[in-house]
Ligand binder design. Structure first.
Ligand SMILES: [Zn+2]
Length: 343
């Protein structure tokens, strides 16, 4: 039976009523490291160890592979947004009063609205506005993330390398004292390929713009310590060498998922597998860098607002992410007012 308007509790999901049209978004990519990388796992007998996984091959043998854990990518992405500079030099996280730990859980926060957040009890938070500090008390809040990360298992089964390092832990210049502290550190070898995936559930175009900004900004910054950085690898898509990258915006998943099996250890086989799935939409191979499906289910070679599925691949996918990252920069970071005032 219909009742009067619910005034107090809001929608069952807890999300804001007027967030706008929501879609699902996916990013599929193969990343390549141009140098060694360190992703800390644990310290054993004076060796800083990298995180690895064990993979069983079809023949039953088990091999060890290097790994960029999805949780690590997620953390770097979130920090990239928290530390993104606004027009006046204030960092986005400082303007919102949102950090790690200490998520703000504001529905209009570009980080918490997609990555999620947690305020365990009433907490005072400090934020920056107009060069001054202000305080606000946050209510206990749970905000579930709508962005999930996957993949990260390297294609090649190359063993980690171990190198001797030395550090002066407390001084920039240390003379006439003890010898520097030596330690050994494992590294993922250069040229490893890492298939990775980001998936967004029911978010707006504006929220995905922040995800695009974070995904692109993470590339030169991923890895603990130094050196850092990966790029989106190049490979053959539609007969041209271009970024091994796929972006989907959809209501219904109508494209094959370009997910590379961790059991594959050959680079060419991995790239071919990714490329073959990237062009599969509605069960057939497509020849266009942009493939859409309209509400009747017909395939179109363009993106329309009303489409139930759009896939960008290769250079077109990179362009789409760049345009969206640019929109986030213009509309949020350089808009001239504190993001807290724009909701
Ligand atoms: Zn937040």
């Amino acid at each position: 039976m219909a009742t009067t308007n619910a005034q107090t509790t809001g929608p069952v999901s807890g999300l804001p009523l007027n967030e706008g049209a929501r879609y699902h978004f996916d990013i599929y990519a193969i990343l390549e490291a141009p140098q060694e990388l360190y992703f800390g796992s644990e310290v054993a007998v004076n060796v800083n160890m990298v995180e690895t996984v064990e993979v069983m091959l079809p023949n039953g043998s088990v091999i060890e592979k290097c790994y960029i854990a999805p949780s690590k990518r997620r953390g770097v992405e979130r920090r990239t947004l928290i530390w993104a500079p606004l027009a006046n030099g204030t960092l986005l996280g400082d303007a919102l009063g949102c950090g790690i730990p200490g998520t703000c859980c504001r529905p209009d926060c570009p980080m918490c609205s997609v990555y999620g957040g947690l305020v365990t009890s009433k907490t005072k938070v400090t934020y920056v506005q107009g060069g001054s500090l202000y305080e606000e008390e946050l209510e206990p809040t749970t905000y579930l993330g709508r962005l999930t990360h996957g993949g990260g298992v390297a294609v090649q089964a190359q063993e980690v390398s171990t190198k001797q390092r030395a550090m002066h832990p407390s001084k920039m210049l240390k003379q006439g004292e003890d010898n520097p502290t030596p330690f050994r550190r494992q590294y993922n070898q250069p040229a490893l390929l890492y298939p990775v995936y980001n998936h967004c559930l029911s978010i707006t175009d504006a929220q995905f713009n922040a995800i695009a900004y974070a995904f692109l900004n993470v590339l030169p910054r991923i890895g603990a310590g130094n050196p850092k950085g990966v790029r989106v690898a190049n490979g053959d898509l539609l007969g041209t060498a271009q970024s091994l990258l796929v972006v989907d915006r959809y209501r219904v998943p109508l494209g094959a998922r370009p997910v590379v099996s961790p059991a594959i250890t050959n680079q060419t086989e991995a790239i071919d597998s990714f490329a073959a799935q990237a062009v599969q939409v509605r069960g057939a191979q497509r020849q266009s860098p942009v493939t859409g499906v309209d509400q009747k289910g017909d395939v179109i070679e363009e993106h329309r607002e009303s489409s139930v599925f759009t896939r960008w691949i290769g250079a077109a996918a990179m362009k789409e992410l760049e345009e969206r990252a640019l929109s986030f920069t213009t509309n949020v970071l350089l808009a001239g007012t504190n993001p807290r005032e724009r909701s």
